[in-house]
Design a protein around this ligand. Structure first.
Ligand SMILES: [Zn+2]
Ligand SMILES: [Zn+2]
Length: 364
C-alpha cells in the first residue's frame, strides 16, 4: 500500500509503497477513507517535539474496518470508525477515574511510535516504520488497536468525521468539558485554526453570552465570526487583553482558551480572565518554552490548566458530536478548506504552515 513516510525532520514526507502486517490481538485493519492535516504534525515535522523516525504521521482519520484480529469483540468488518489521537487502556487509574485522555499508556505510545503494547506493523523493506500516536493514518490502510477507534453512524460523511479524531474534538471538549462553559458566560478563543474554530462553535452551542475570537489573519477572523464569534480581534492591530477588559467593564472574561502554541498568547489569555475565571491551554508551545505568571493572580483564584483532547470520553462524546453535525448544529464541514490526494500531502502542510488553510482533508 501507499503511505507518506517521514525519514527526517525538516524534510518532505516521501509517498511510497510500504508493507503492513495483519492485525494481531485486539487490533483491526482499517481502510482509510479520509485523514485531516492537523497542525500538531508540523511540530513533529519541524522537530519542535521529538518523534521516533522513520514514521508515518497522520493522527486524525476515518475509515472502514476491513478485518479484525483475534480477540476483537467491539468491532466487525464494515464498521465506520474514527481513529482517535488519545488512546485509553480502560484499566489504569485515569481511565477508571473517568479521565481517559490522561491514560498512562498515552505517553509511551507517543514516545515509542508504536501501537499500544509496543508493536510495529509498518515496514519498508527490512526497516520498521513507526506509527504516530499508534495510528499512522497517512496511508491507504492502518492497523490500530481496537480501543484507538470509535464506531460512528454509517450515514455520517467520513471526510468530515475524520476531523473529530484530534483537532475538533479537542476544541469542542475544551469548552464543553474542561471549561464547562455555562449559558450566558463569556469566552475568549485565541487562535482560529481548526481547534479554535471548533471551540468557537462549542461556545455558541453552550449558549455563551459573549464569544471573542482572536487571531492575526483576517480570513480566519471572518470565519470565526461566521461560526459564532460576537467579537473578533486582530492581535496584530489591537490588544486582545485590553479588548476583553473593555467588553466586560474591566472585570475580565469567565473563560479563555488559547489554541496557539505560544507562551505569550497563553499569558495574554490568562491575563484576559476575571478573578475565579478559567484559562484552558490547548495549544502546545515547543518543548523547553516556559511561562511567566505572577503568583498574585493565582491568589485571585484564577485557574490555569490545560487539556488533552478536550477531556472527552471518546466512545460517548464522538457519536454525540457526529449527531450534532448530522442535525445541523455543529458545522464541522466548514472547517474543511481544501481536499487533496495523499501524493499532495507536502503541499497541504506547506499551505497550513503559511496559514492559508484551516484543514486540508486527504481523501484516499
Ligand atoms: Zn492533532
Ligand atoms: Zn488507561
Amino acid at each position: 500500500m501507499k503511505a507518506a513516510v517521514s525519514y527526517e525532520i525538516k524534510a518532505p514526507m516521501r509517498v511510497e509503497e510500504v508493507t503492513l502486517d495483519a492485525p494481531r490481538d485486539h487490533e483491526v485493519l482499517v481502510k482509510m477513507v479520509a485523514a485531516g492535516t492537523c497542525h500538531s504534525d508540523l511540530h513533529f515535522l519541524n522537530g519542535d517535539i521529538p518523534v521516533a523516525m522513520p514514521v508515518v504521521m497522520g493522527h486524525e482519520g476515518a475509515g472502514i474496518v476491513e478485518k479484525v484480529g483475534p480477540g476483537v469483540a467491539t468491532l466487525k468488518p464494515g464498521d465506520h470508525v474514527v481513529l482517535m489521537v488519545a488512546f485509553s487502556c480502560g484499566k489504569c487509574f485515569y481511565c477508571a477515574e473517568g479521565r481517559p485522555t490522561l491514560c498512562v499508556e498515552n505517553l509511551p505510545i507517543q514516545i515509542m511510535g508504536s501501537l499500544p503494547g509496543g508493536g510495529i506493523r509498518l515496514h519498508k523493506g527490512g526497516q520498521d516504520l513507526h506509527h504516530l500516536f499508534g495510528l499512522a493514518c497517512f496511508a491507504e490502510y492502518a492497523v490500530v488497536h481496537e480501543r484507538s477507534v470509535v464506531k460512528i453512524r454509517e450515514d455520517a460523511p467520513l471526510d468530515v468525521a475524520c476531523l473529530l479524531g484530534c483537532g475538533t474534538s479537542t476544541g469542542i471538549g475544551a469548552v464543553l468539558n474542561t471549561a464547562g462553559v455555562k449559558a450566558g458566560q463569556s469566552v475568549a478563543v485565541y487562535g482560529c485554526g481548526g481547534v479554535g474554530l471548533s471551540a468557537v462553535m462549542a461556545a455558541k452551542l453552550a449558549g455563551a453570552g459573549l464569544i471573542m475570537a482572536v487571531d492575526t489573519l483576517e480570513p480566519k477572523l471572518e470565519m470565526a465570526k461566521a461560526l459564532g464569534a460576537d467579537y473578533v480581534v486582530n492581535a496584530s492591530k489591537e490588544n486582545p487583553q485590553q479588548k476583553a477588559m473593555e467588553l466586560t467593564a474591566g472585570m475580565g472574561l469567565d473563560h479563555a482558551v488559547p489554541c496557539v502554541g505560544n507562551a505569550d498568547v497563553i499569558m495574554q489569555a490568562f491575563g484576559s480572565i476575571r478573578s475565579g475565571g478559567k484559562c484552558i491551554v490547548v495549544g502546545l508551545p515547543p518543548i523547553g518554552v516556559n511561562l511567566s505568571i505572577a503568583p498574585y493572580e493565582l491568589l485571585q483564584a484564577k485557574v490555569l490548566t490545560g487539556t488533552t483532547q478536550g477531556d472527552i470520553t471518546a466512545s460517548v462524546d464522538i457519536p454525540r458530536y457526529v449527531d450534532l453535525f448530522m442535525n445541523g448544529k455543529l458545522a464541522l464541514d466548514k472547517l474543511i478548506t481544501k481536499s487533496c490526494r495523499l501524493d499532495e500531502i507536502n503541499e497541504a502542510y506547506a499551505a497550513l504552515q503559511r496559514g492559508e488553510t484551516i484543514r486540508t482533508v486527504i481523501r484516499f
